[in-house]
Every structure is written in structure tokens, then in C-alpha cells.
Design a protein around this ligand. Structure first.
Ligand SMILES: *Cc1c(COP(=O)(O)O)cnc(C)c1O
Length: 382
């Protein structure tokens, strides 16, 4: 097979190709905003929030500056005290634990499930103490945590749920009753990120918070705006976290295509799954019974001692790959003060040594998919 030259290497995401399809709408919207100068809290931001409320079937969408702020603001609204415990997963992007530590709360981790990489809900009850106030499930790589089981546990112990939905916007959970809910709308609060490479990404930073609770929504609308509902009167301590109008223009252009984008990602994953089914050293992503999968990342596990060589092999042949995530959060230097040790969360630790993610985005075609999967197969058969 011929090698692809470096200047047209196959990237993890292709935002430029995606932009070409929505170019006119984006440029016109940007021009309108430049002309009307409503750069902050413009009508386009309100329109986007209303459209997302409708798409998610949730009562309140509160736009904010980014996905990390969204998590922080969610926790700020819950009336927690220093030292209160928040349970989450060590196998996620750092933001999830960062905001817990930042607010002087205590991150408590539970391990993940090997095939799905998701929080192991069966381990939650053991991690609950009298100080547990909140659980942050992370819908990692595009698939939802077992929300119905988690909700049962949290209800029983009077614990709040904040869904970190930065990687799974548009995914759906099916309840035992047959009812379906969009990811991020089942807990007390859901958060998301519009970082450019996310499934619904803008062209800079952006984020949003979702809730069906009127009181939490009222509070969070104040928190994003310096704790204020009336200019220069500050009822609670807040932050400054806004989605700007230019970003809302991009999101308004993209939201109508979100389901189509997610479907394209799923098709890529299905292609890879089929291509790699016969490789016994490769574990392809496992689907849960309860959630659809919107494949923010397509992540394989391979033998730890082969991963570096595989990345190098792919790179030499023009195929990008990435490691999400190389170090579980409990073993990060910045969290050493918490006293975690190697062996505390063995599944997360093993995954960190074995995962590798392949290119997945909305602009793939059969040639690219064939080339990437043949290159992976060639590595394992050589
Ligand atoms: C991207 C991401 C965030 C943070 O979003 P930003 O917009 O980059 O602040 C939080 N949690 C998870 C799981 C993410 O993937």
C-alpha cells in the first residue's frame, strides 16, 4: 500500500472540511454580528439557548464560557461546603476533578469498566460516606454512564448528580420504562463544552449548563453573571462566564446538523469495529445496553508494550492517533496531595497504558477509512 505523504496526513478531526459545508451561514452570521455589535449576550446567544433547549427537551440551557466553567458553576450552585465529597471517575479529562479541587471539595474516585471505559456504577455505594454530596458521571467518548442505576443510588442517599456531558451531546439513554432522555438532562444538572473538536464545537471556547430545576437555573444564571440578576447588585458569589455572540453564530449553524454529524461518527466506528473484529490483540469499543453512542472518540485497547510502536507505525504512514488519557487523574502530580497510590484504580491504570484513539470525524470517506484500518491491520500482522 502506498504511504500518504505528511502534508496530507489523516488528522484526528477535520474542522476545515466541516466548515466548507456551513461556510455561508457562518460568514453571514459573523457579518451580522459585526454590524449590529451585540458581541455579548446578543440575540443569537438567546436563539441558540432556546434551540438547544428544544433539541435536548430540557427546561433550561444556560450558555457559559467553556465546559470547565460549566462544571464549576454547576457545583457552585449546589450549596456545598469545603471538604464535602464529590464522586467521579479517574479516567477522564482533568477538568472534571479540577473544579472539585478548586472549590475545596474532595474528589473521590471510583474505577471504570474495561470495555466501555465508563464509571463502574456498581462501585459507587462503597465510595459513599456521610460527606458525599454529589456524583459527576462522565459520558466518556460519546456513550452514557448507566444513569438509571446511578439515579436510583443517588436518590436513596440524597446525593446530587452533575452529568459531565462534554463528550456525548446528542446521545440518548433508554430507561427501563422505554422512555428515552438526551444525555445531560437526567441528573440535577448537565454540562457540556463547545470546544472546537467536540461533537458540537464552536470556533473558540464555549460551554453550557442544562437543568430542569427552576431554582438551580435561577441561581446558575446569576452565578455566570457575577452573582447578579440586577446590574450592580450581587446576591451570591459568582464568576464571569459567557458564550460570545460570534461563537453562538457558529453553534446556530451547526446544531441542525448535530444528529447527522453523530450518525457519521457512528458509521466510522462501525466500519472500524468490523475491520478490527479479527484482530485478537485489539479490543474494539463495547456498546452498552442503555445508551446510544455518538463516538466523540474511537478508542481501542491494544497490548501496552505495542502501543508506542503502533503510534509510530501509523505516524510514518500519515495516520494520526492520540492517547486519551495517558495518566489517570489519581496519579497526576497536581493531585498528589490527595494521597492516591498506584493500584488504587487498576482498571483506569491499565487503560491508560493500553488505549489508543484513531481519527474520527464528520468528513471521513471510504478511502480514508480503508487506508487507516488497513494500516492498523498491517501493523498487527507484521
Ligand atoms: C472537553 C472536556 C471538558 C472541558 O471543556 P472545556 O470547554 O475545554 O473547558 C470537561 N470534561 C470533559 C470530559 C471534556 O472532554
Amino acid at each position: 500500500m502506498s504511504k500518504i505523504s505528511f502534508n496530507n496526513a489523516l488528522p484526528m478531526v477535520d474542522l476545515k472540511g466541516q466548515y466548507r459545508h456551513i461556510q455561508d451561514e457562518v460568514l453571514n452570521g459573523i457579518k451580522d454580528t459585526l454590524e449590529n455589535t451585540q458581541f455579548i449576550n446578543g440575540q443569537v446567544v438567546k436563539t441558540f439557548a432556546a434551540s438547544l433547549e428544544q433539541y435536548l427537551d430540557v427546561k433550561h440551557v444556560i450558555p457559559c464560557g467553556n465546559g470547565t466553567d460549566a462544571l464549576q458553576i454547576a457545583l457552585m450552585s449546589l450549596g456545598l461546603s469545603a471538604g464535602d465529597e464529590v464522586i467521579t471517575t479517574p479516567f477522564t479529562f482533568v477538568a472534571t476533578a479540577e473544579v472539585i479541587a478548586l472549590l475545596n471539595l474532595k474528589p473521590v474516585f471510583v474505577d471504570v469498566v474495561p470495555g466501555t471505559y465508563l464509571m463502574d456504577v456498581s462501585k459507587i455505594e462503597k465510595a459513599i460516606t456521610p460527606r458525599t454530596r454529589c456524583v459527576i458521571p462522565v459520558h466518556l467518548f460519546g456513550q452514557c454512564v448507566d444513569m438509571e442505576s446511578l439515579m436510583d443510588i443517588c436518590q436513596k442517599h440524597d446525593i446530587r448528580i452533575v452529568e459531565d456531558n462534554a463528550q456525548a451531546i446528542g446521545a440518548e439513554v433508554k430507561m427501563r420504562s422505554g422512555q428515552t432522555h438526551k444525555s445531560g438532562t437526567m441528573g440535577d444538572i448537565g454540562t457540556t463544552s463547545f470546544f472546537p473538536s467536540k461533537n458540537l464545537g464552536c470556533y473558540g471556547d464555549g460551554g453550557a449548563i442544562f437543568t430542569n430545576d427552576d431554582e438551580l437555573a435561577r441561581l446558575m444564571r446569576m452565578i455566570v453573571n457575577h452573582g447578579s440578576s440586577k446590574k450592580y447588585y450581587h446576591d451570591v458569589i459568582g464568576v464571569n462566564s459567557r458564550l460570545d455572540s460570534l461563537q453562538a453564530v457558529v453553534l446556530n449553524a451547526k446544531l441542525p446538523y448535530l444528529d447527522q454529524y453523530n450518525k457519521a461518527r457512528l458509521e466510522v466506528a462501525q466500519f472500524y469495529n468490523k475491520a478490527f473484529a479479527e484482530l485478537d490483540q485489539v479490543q474494539t469499543p463495547v456498546f452498552t445496553d442503555w445508551s446510544t453512542h455518538v463516538f466523540h472518540q474511537y478508542t481501542l485497547t491494544v497490548p501496552a508494550d505495542k502501543r508506542d510502536a503502533m503510534m509510530e507505525f501509523l505516524k510514518e504512514r500519515g495516520v494520526s492517533s492520540a492517547i486519551y488519557y495517558p495518566v489517570p487523574l489519581h496519579l497526576q502530580k497536581g493531585y498528589a496531595a490527595s494521597g492516591f497510590q498506584v493500584g488504587d484504580f487498576p482498571v483506569a491504570e491499565e487503560l491508560s497504558a493500553r488505549v489508543i484513539s484513531l481519527p474520527i470525524h464528520t468528513e471521513m470517506n471510504a478511502d480514508k477509512l480503508e487506508y487507516i484500518s488497513q494500516t492498523v491491520i498491517e501493523f498487527f500482522n507484521s
